[in-house]
Design a protein around this ligand. Structure first.
Ligand code: CU
Length: 381
């Protein structure tokens, strides 16, 4: 048996200023425009990058403009502006997250465009004669990152992985690189961050907004990701429970739905939602408080075994499933919210120790009982 040793290298990337390489005679036959992440909420219009990236795009007549919605919210790409409305040159209609829309310009000129759902989002397309000289427009942004930034970052991160140590005895090990990228103003669209995210497979997005709202650890569940979900799921499946992956997907689905519903709530208020959607907001809140938050100053909550994590997740997903079922069977959301199990679930991570698993199982029984008692009982709210 060979010893497997892990070597953790902490590395902070410091964004420095490097010489500028202007690219003259750049290719403008095709340009891709994406909404800034999180542009579904106002604020992006205040940033230098704007709400559409790039906020000013240049393309040749007869070229191709690809509007790729890489954000989590649905957006439109509509020629015109928020004050004057659509100008009729193009309109993508609602482009869902992960979808895209293409437009080919036929005349030279400047075409402003905006998002009909989020009118603060505005951008500009400059349509020019094919092959036009545009040295002036191609100057890199003020950060002035060199063109080899991406390959340098890739060269660094490719050092992570399985290694055979030199010397004796023969040893296998692994090198894990943990990079800490701290973009100014928390702007994840700046080049060092975007390129880093292309090469790494796991990303924790620390979110200042969560920190200010005292949600710790302040890891944003929408922006963070792991490319190793398959491997992790295998471990959880073999060591904890085979339904971990489906529970995780269901909980994540609730958080994603909440992210989209928040937009509607912000525009129209929570009363605009039916109970089936209000319960998503409620369960998302419970997932955030009861599962995603962890208090390192709490004697119990400072540690959490995989078993406990799994059971907390399962309880919350069960709450969601039973809540939906209860609504179908005539219970009201007010009944569900009034159940004592709601606050019990929120505190379970602090109240129940790692070695008290039967208590978590008891919560499931209590929850079932409480749901049974409200089903069919209509309480006017
Ligand atoms: Cu939008």
């Amino acid at each position: 048996m060979k010893t497997i040793s892990s070597l953790f290298v902490l590395f902070a990337i410091v964004a420095g200023l490097v010489a500028i390489t202007p690219a003259a005679f750049a290719d403008h036959s095709e340009v891709t425009i994406t909404p800034a992440p999180g542009s579904g909420a106002p604020g992006c219009e205040e940033t230098a990058e704007g709400c559409y990236i790039p906020k000013e795009a240049t393309v040749d007549v007869g070229g191709k403009v690809i509007f790729s919605n890489t954000d989590t919210a649905a957006h439109t790409f509509t020629s015109g502006g928020a004050s004057d409305g659509p100008s009729g040159v193009f309109d993508s209609g609602l482009v869902m997250a992960g979808s895209s829309y293409e437009w080919t310009p036929t005349a030279v000129g400047e075409v402003p465009y905006f998002c009909m759902v989020h009118p603060w989002m505005a951008g500009l397309i400059v349509v020019q004669e094919a092959g036009a000289d545009d040295t002036d427009e191609e100057m890199p942004a003020e950060e002035g990152y060199p063109s080899y930034l991406a390959s340098r970052l890739a060269e660094f991160y490719e050092r992570a992985g399985r290694v055979r140590a030199v010397g004796s005895p023969d040893r296998d090990g692994s090198v894990t690189l943990v990079g800490a990228v701290s973009p100014s103003g928390g702007d994840f669209t700046e080049p060092v961050t975007t390129h880093t995210m292309r090469f790494i497979k796991t990303f924790w997005a620390l979110d200042a907004k969560l920190a200010y709202s005292r949600h710790y650890p302040s890891i944003n569940w929408m922006n963070s990701y792991s490319g190793y979900l398959g491997d992790i799921a295998k471990w959880w499946g073999e060591n904890i429970n085979s339904d971990w992956l489906s529970l995780r997907s269901e909980a994540y689905g609730v958080l994603q739905r909440e992210d989209t519903l928040k937009e509607i709530v912000r525009l129209l208020g929570p009363e605009a939602l039916p109970d089936e959607e209000k319960i998503i907001l409620e369960v998302a809140r419970m997932l955030k408080i009861g599962l995603l938050q962890q208090n390192s100053f709490d004697d119990v909550d400072t540690y959490c075994s995989p078993q406990k994590q799994y059971k907390l997740l399962k309880l919350l997903v069960e709450f969601y499933r039973r809540g939906q079922q209860a609504l179908k069977e005539g219970a009201s959301l007010a009944d569900i919210r009034a159940m004592p199990i709601v606050s019990t679930l929120l505190k379970a991570r602090m109240d129940i120790k790692d070695n008290e698993m039967p208590k978590l199982d008891q919560l499931d029984i209590d929850m079932k009982e409480q749901f049974k008692s409200i089903i069919g009982v209509k309480v006017s709210s």
